[in-house]
Write a protein that binds this ligand. Structure first.
Ligand code: SF4
Length: 370
């Protein structure tokens, strides 16, 4: 991605300490930043770090206003709706500290079962379609098909299920199966998978604090394999694992460099039994600040509310849509329950938004490569 250089005068205006600005000054500065982003400029790390210094609920809401303007101008008012199913659960070989499906630290009440049949998955795909979801993601525990034993037929079974979903419903199947080789990415594309979820989860710097059985670089390689096969990358992370604001900015910038199309933002809902189970839930205003900064750094990407929307945001969950969110999971999450789809639809209607498929970043609206 080529970043449009920002003029020295514009840059120096960003070095002003945003913490000491009056509300009117802050609004003006944030409005000027939003205008530049809409015009095609991209913030650098120094500018993004300056935004993290904005404190206090009223000031964070001003930041959200700027992000909301960028979302409206760059993405429109359609909220991308998708649903997920855990096709294989629990007993995972990896040790991700946030996850209750790991065999290293099985979280309380996390079910364990092998790959579901195509019929079972299809039934849920139809239910998701009826609930208004446009995409349906088949999620499996495990490091990924790249490490399947030669005798395993599971990957072929998933491909067959994908073909049946395409033949028998109008919902678009996505997958989140873990690491894939370049050949497996091609096979997924041939079966009809157009989007694949593989999160970076955290910055490169923070990742070893939460996972040691594989590396951040392993995850990046899979994202590149998917993109090379023409599959959209649905690649985001988790906020609230003890990472710094700089880690959050680094994650967003890595996602921008990888040119991912969709960015799921999970807000850690600490699960009992996991190494991160003792952490306090994120403050909802810190979550809003993170969402808004992700939108300002990733103006055209689909930014998706994922796990933790209800548990962390509570009554403030609708504020996320006024802070830059333009997508959400409907129905249940992998190991926790979501709110009923009717309530989601009512919330969007109240906000003047509509559920559907959000536009996918197509590259440059301004003649830049992205
Ligand atoms: S996040 Fe995925 S890879 Fe990590 S422990 Fe959970 S199921 Fe396994």
């Amino acid at each position: 991605m080529v970043q449009v250089p920002i003029s020295p005068s514009a840059r120096s205006s960003q070095s002003i300490d945003l913490r000491s600005a009056t509300p009117d000054e802050l609004r003006d500065r944030l409005d000027a930043i939003a205008t530049r982003i809409i015009a095609g400029e991209r913030l650098d790390k120094t500018e993004a770090l300056a935004l993290t210094e904005i404190e206090g609920q009223e000031n964070i809401l001003l930041l959200c206003e700027a992000a909301d303007r960028v979302r409206r101008e760059c993405c429109g008012n359609t909220v991308d709706l998708c649903s997920i199913i855990n096709v294989k659960s629990g007993g995972c070989s990896e040790n991700c500290s946030f996850c209750s499906q790991s065999a290293y630290h099985p979280g309380e009440g996390s079910p364990i079962y092998g790959l579901k049949s195509a019929d079972e998955i299809l039934e849920q795909a139809k239910a998701a379609e009826a609930a208004g979801a446009r995409r349906f993601c088949l999620v499996s525990q495990g490091r990924g098909p790249k490490y399947n034993s030669p005798k395993s037929k599971e990957f072929e079974q998933v491909l067959e299920t994908v073909r049946r979903i395409i033949a028998e419903t109008s919902i678009k199947p996505c997958c989140a199966l873990g690491e894939v080789t370049a050949e497996q990415a091609e096979a997924l594309a041939e079966a009809g998978v157009t989007r694949y979820n593989h999160n970076l989860e955290a910055s490169e710097n923070f990742y070893p604090e939460v996972v040691s059985t594989h590396t951040w670089g392993d995850r990046v390689e899979t994202v590149k394999n998917l993109k090379s096969a023409g599959i959209q990358a649905c690649t985001g992370g988790i906020i609230g694992m003890g990472e710094s604001w700089e880690d959050r900015i680094d994650l967003a910038l890595s996602l921008r460099d990888l040119e991912v199309e969709s960015v799921p933002l999970n807000l850690l809902n600490p699960r009992e039994g996991t190494p991160l189970g003792h952490l306090p839930k994120l403050d909802p205003f810190d979550a809003l600040k993170a969402i808004a900064i992700f939108r300002l750094l990733l103006p055209e990407q689909i930014i998706r509310y994922a796990g933790g929307r209800e548990a962390v945001m509570g009554e403030l969950q609708s504020f996320g849509f006024k802070a830059g969110i333009n997508a959400m999971l409907v129905g249940h999450y992998l190991t926790t329950m979501g709110q009923p789809p009717e309530r989601d639809r009512a919330m969007l209607a109240e906000l003047g938004l509509e559920g559907g498929e959000a536009p996918v970043p197509q590259g440059d609206r301004h003649g830049r490569s992205r």
